[in-house]
Design a protein around this ligand. Structure first.
Ligand SMILES: [Zn+2]
Length: 501
């Protein structure tokens, strides 16, 4: 019966480059014998000189390891046998170095008396040795390494994602790396931002990142952009680069990068992380979808926690950032299958990858047939993080003393506490009928709230409750009050027995 034998990359050369071959066989042993009869070059990879199956050849049957490949397992039609790939050791330095040297001459070996200082490829001797493992790859080679050297890539952010991105893109020989970053290194960064060390704490990230990249690869030019990316500067900065890699950690920047890339016709490599999960894609590529094709509107503020609130396992940005680096390098080289039109989802706890197909949305406001976004907007306003200047943004307030007086006279007021449960544990107004709905969960509970009754929003000091008030107002509520100064002011003015924190 016919079965398929999948070949690992190193053995494909023995079979004319094919990834798999079909053979007729009833047992695994017979299938392997048939394979090496069809492709005699496989013989020495599969069998010892004595003709036995080599002990280092591992066989999988339909993805299960076969303990005894020469045993009596009978095959069923359509079975897939795989020869398990061995990870490369990367230790063949002397042989590769020799091969590289002998292949660098412009003229036949015999005619070359001395090694030229700069090879006709334009790469220096030092670069040829440095990138020899790349140059060996047919998908990179001289041409690819030259493309990498000519490439200009912009990193938006030099944090968790930007760290592996900066290191790997620099190591790979990307000629120009721009970095947009205005933050200083903080001790909390060191758990995941591998560009930085203890000595960098307190130093501008940009300065520390430039020093680290220069130490790794002096052939790379790092262009610093010590600013926050905004609608005013984004187009000018992004226009200087071939490709953008988004390592930002907030929605306004993500939408800004997307819209600017769509307007400029540049692709960008997207990555996002939270807790144990990550996402990667390529947006804005020719004929591919953009970030808004998938996420048309940002979530309400507070619904999706950031890494400071929600946490992130330190290795996650390493996993996602290295995938972004790989996609960026593939796009520069023009090899492989880019991640455009696919969203890769990683679940680190389950250790699983999933892939979603993404389509370009013909009605997308950014990249659709009749786009409504023809220039950059105010992304802080768009993401609900600050009020629009046109919109009246007076937050109606009530002081703790006023609230106490109104409750005492029997007014029906619903108090909603939008803090986190652990804060509620410390001190709360439960005795006054307050109800806990953390800000990020507010959208889920909007349907349960009474639009007609008067609602007082309360948090620790009044900031989050003002955000909650704006959300409810947008959802059509109008009898809303913000408790001025939050529960801390309540403790000061009304009930000193409350625990402050
Ligand atoms: Zn789009």
């Amino acid at each position: 019966m016919q079965v398929t034998i999948k070949l690992p990359a190193p053995l494909r050369d023995c079979c004319g480059g094919m990834e798999s071959i079909e053979v007729e066989a009833r047992t695994i042993e017979a299938a392997l014998a048939a394979a090496s009869t069809q492709h005699p070059l496989l013989q020495r990879h599969l069998y010892t000189e004595a003709g036995a199956l080599r002990p280092d050849v591992d066989i999988l049957l339909n993805d299960d390891v076969v303990r005894d490949p020469q045993g009596a397992t009978t095959l069923a039609p359509g079975d897939t046998i795989a020869i398990a790939p061995r990870g490369a050791t990367g230790a063949a330095a002397p042989a590769t170095a020799r091969r590289t040297t002998s292949s660098t001459g412009a003229t036949p070996d015999g005619a070359r008396a001395t090694e030229p200082a700069v090879h006709p490829s334009g790469l220096s001797q030092e670069e040829i040795i440095r990138y020899s493992r790349h140059i060996t790859l047919p998908e990179v080679g001289w041409e690819g390494q030259r493309k990498l050297r000519a490439a200009r890539i912009l990193l938006v952010g030099a944090g968790g994602l930007g760290s592996p991105l900066g290191l790997y893109l620099a190591a790979a020989g990307v000629g120009t790396i721009g970095i947009v970053e205005f933050d200083d290194v903080d001790l909390t960064n060191l758990q995941r931002q591998v560009l930085y060390g203890v000595d960098d704490v307190g130093r501008p990230k940009l300065e520390a990142a430039m020093a680290r990249i220069r130490a790794l690869n002096p052939h790379v030019e790092v262009v610093p952009h010590p600013v926050r990316l905004t609608s005013e500067n984004a187009l000018e900065i992004l226009a200087q680069y071939d490709l953008v890699v988004d390592g930002s950690d907030n929605f306004p920047t993500r939408y800004l990068v997307n819209d600017a890339c769509v307007l400029l016709g540049k692709p960008f490599v997207y990555g996002a992380i939270l807790r144990f999960e990550g996402q990667i894609s390529v947006f804005g590529a020719k004929d591919g979808p953009c970030y808004r094709c998938l996420f048309r509107e940002p979530p309400p503020p507070g619904l999706v926690p950031n890494c400071a609130e929600g946490g992130v396992l330190g290795v996650l940005p390493g996993i996602v950032g290295t995938h972004q680096a790989l996609e960026a390098i593939k796009l520069i080289l023009g090899v492989g299958e880019p991640l455009s039109g696919r969203l890769l989802l990683f679940d680190g706890l389950a250790m699983r990858w999933r892939e979603l197909r993404l389509r370009k949305n013909p009605n997308c406001p950014a990249c659709g047939e009749r786009p409504s976004i023809t220039k950059l907007i105010d992304y802080e306003v768009f993401c609900g993080l600050k009020p629009s200047s046109e919109m009246e943004d007076t937050i109606p307030e009530i002081t703790p003393t006023e609230l106490k007086a109104r409750l005492d006279r029997g007014d029906r007021l619903q108090i909603i506490d939008v803090r986190e449960p652990y804060e509620w544990e410390i001190a709360n107004l439960g005795e006054l009928g307050a109800r806990l709905i953390p800000l990020r969960e507010l959208p889920e509970f909007i349907g349960e709230l009474d639009r007609e009754s008067e609602i007082v929003l309360q948090c620790r000091s009044g900031g989050r409750s003002a955000r909650a008030l704006r959300q409810l107002r947008e959802a059509g509520f109008h009898r809303l009050l913000n408790l001025k100064g939050g529960i801390l002011a309540w403790a000061d003015e009304v009930d000193p027995s409350l625990q402050k924190y």
